[in-house]
Design a binder for this molecule. Structure first.
Ligand code: NAP
Ligand code: ZN
Ligand code: ZN
Length: 348
């Protein structure tokens, strides 16, 4: 075991504070990553505050991790010491079940091991990226291009893959009209990807101050989702809508915007379940779907796509001790568009 340090929530209602813990010694297939940057995902806040009612404490959040390899196990082939490396939302899966074999490790039938607020298969609790170092099986560690700013790459590990994967799965392409609901960390990357795939993209927002940014980020149109007249203009016209909203909102209002055979995919995970009217779905034979992060192969594909197309997150860098303030701002939808912790600011 080696000593690691980071920031943890001790309970659902206490601020994050310095915390020391142990990381395992690297096994033959493990990579030790010295963490340089970690993105702040809204899921970190939902879990630190036990909003999904599944939190285990102490919790070191963080699953948008970028850093440098400082040591490798004897059988590691993908990395050498000094390489840039990235870790996302899961750190293990059985790799034998039907879903793992289909490269959907996030849906592992044995249960994928989450980077934090989870348990390794041997029962050890997992601790995330608001820390100095992480030890992870190389299968769950990704390579990143030196062409991109590593701090701005970090959010791709969750926000990036979570939006890329459903846009790919539902085949978003040129000639289609696609909506992105919510312009936060996930939303702004969903917008960049949908635009990059050639779709006509409409950004829905409750924050009018973000309208100019939405255009710059690739939106062809911006809709104030609180304005019923603006919403009504788009009735029955969308091929696909990606809903990234983190809080309760009316799904029926968006389902009504789908055209025949259109799909709305939920990636946002509000604390409370949302009512759906059958009429919202049966008209136009609409589908309501969901999607969770992405598999390891697709995550690497997304990172390579971003390097090729120069796509990264818009970020605001914070120091580790600004984390609690950053959480408050994320909850108020006041982030443009992802906070990323500079781990150099984490003191032992
Ligand atoms: P975020 O940066 O806080 O963005 C969420 C956006 O939702 C806000 O910027 C805001 O956009 C909109 N919003 C917030 N409160 C709202 C309300 N009351 N009514 C309407 N719109 C509201 O969060 P994020 O990190 O992108 O994460 C978004 C959600 O996805 C979270 O629930 C997170 O847990 C979930 N998530 C899911 C997965 C997955 O695998 N499915 C992975 C990562 C995250 P506007 O200001 O534009 O209105
Ligand atoms: Zn996340
Ligand atoms: Zn599996």
């Amino acid at each position: 075991m080696s000593q690691a340090y980071g920031y943890a929530a001790q309970e659902s209602n206490t601020p994050l504070a310095p915390f020391s813990f142990e990381r395992r010694e690297p096994g033959p297939h493990d990579v030790v990553v010295e963490i340089e940057f970690c993105g702040v995902c809204h899921s970190d806040i939902h879990q630190a505050r036990n909003e999904w009612k599944n939190s285990k404490y102490p919790m070191v959040p963080g699953h948008e991790i970028v850093g440098k390899v400082s040591a490798i196990g004897a059988e590691v082939t993908k990395f050498k010491v000094g390489d840039a490396a990235a870790v996302g939302v899961i750190v293990d899966s059985c790799r034998e079940c039907e879903n793992c074999k289909a490269h959907d490790e996030q849906y592992c039938l044995k249960g994928a091991v989450e980077t934090y607020n989870g348990k390794e298969y041997d029962g050890t609790p997992t601790y995330g990226g608001y820390s100095n170092v992480i030890v992870t099986n190389e299968y769950f560690v990704h390579t990143i291009s030196p062409k991109l700013d590593p701090a701005a790459v970090a959010p791709l590990l969750c926000a990036g893959i979570t939006t890329y994967s459903p846009l790919r799965h539902w085949g978003v392409k040129a000639g289609q009209k696609v909506g992105v609901v919510g312009l936060g960390g996930l939303g702004h990357l969903g917008l960049k990807f949908a635009h990059s795939f050639g779709a006509h993209v409409v950004q829905f927002t409750t924050s009018l101050s973000k309208a100019e940014d939405a255009k710059r980020l690739g939106a062809d149109e911006v809709v104030n989702s609180k304005d019923e007249a603006q919403m009504a203009k788009h009735k029955g016209t969308f091929d696909f809508i990606l809903d990234t909203v983190s809080a309760s909102h009316d799904l029926n209002a968006y389902l009504g915007l789908l055209k025949r055979n259109g799909t709305m995919c939920l990636v946002g995970i509000p604390e409370e379940p949302a009512p759906v009217a059958a009429f919202s779905l049966l008209a136009n034979r609409r589908s309501l779907a969901g999607s969770g992060i992405g598999g390891m192969r697709e995550t690497q594909e997304m990172l390579d796509y971003c390097a090729e197309h120069n796509i990264v997150s818009d970020i605001e860098i914070i120091s580790m001790d600004q984390i609690n303030e950053a959480y408050e701002r994320v909850v108020k939808a006041d982030v443009k568009y992802r906070f990323v912790i500079d781990m150099k600011t984490l003191k032992k």
